[in-house]
Design a protein around this ligand. Sequence first.
Ligand code: HEC
Length: 151
Amino acid sequence: MFANPSAACRPYRAPLATLFAAALLATSAGCAGGLDDPDRFTETPSASCAPGTTGPSILQAQCFGCHSTDSKEIGAGLDLQAAGLPGRLYTTTSSSACGSVPVADSANPANSLFLKKLTASPGCGTQMPPGGSLSAADTACLTDWLTKGKP
Ligand code: HEC
């Protein structure tokens, strides 16, 4: 994998699975879409996150397939790549299928639709990512990222 020229686009240290997904993305996207933007991944790692992971790195590995700027039409139009996260989720309204509610709930961030969708009882549609589930560490990491990122 390290012989792959796209490895130069690798923007952060991450476990092998994440690297593999990032390499796949970089290969298919040719580093477009700001995935190689160094600022994107320089936030201080949270204690809840597995070593080498951050909220944005989990989104990139697990969600961009259907929720990037280019792929968001697959995932109910929800863009988890464009700038302004996680704050933007507090002013983003969900699809009508998910009740047209804010994707993140400022009154009770831990109760946000965004986090419910990571559980086996998402309330609408299917658990994210479809066909699987995040590890406990990744769920905790995203929970921390979302709640601490309340504007
Ligand atoms: C394989 C494609 C795919 C992946 C990967 C995926 N999603 Fe989705 N997502 C969808 C689809 C399709 C919907 C709409 C149907 C539904 O709600 O189940 C959706 C809906 C959502 C919604 C509700 C949006 C709304 O306005 O109704 C949230 C929140 C969400 N996804 C979060 C995530 C997160 C976080 C991840 C990564 C951990 C993720 N998704 C990974 C396909 C995907």
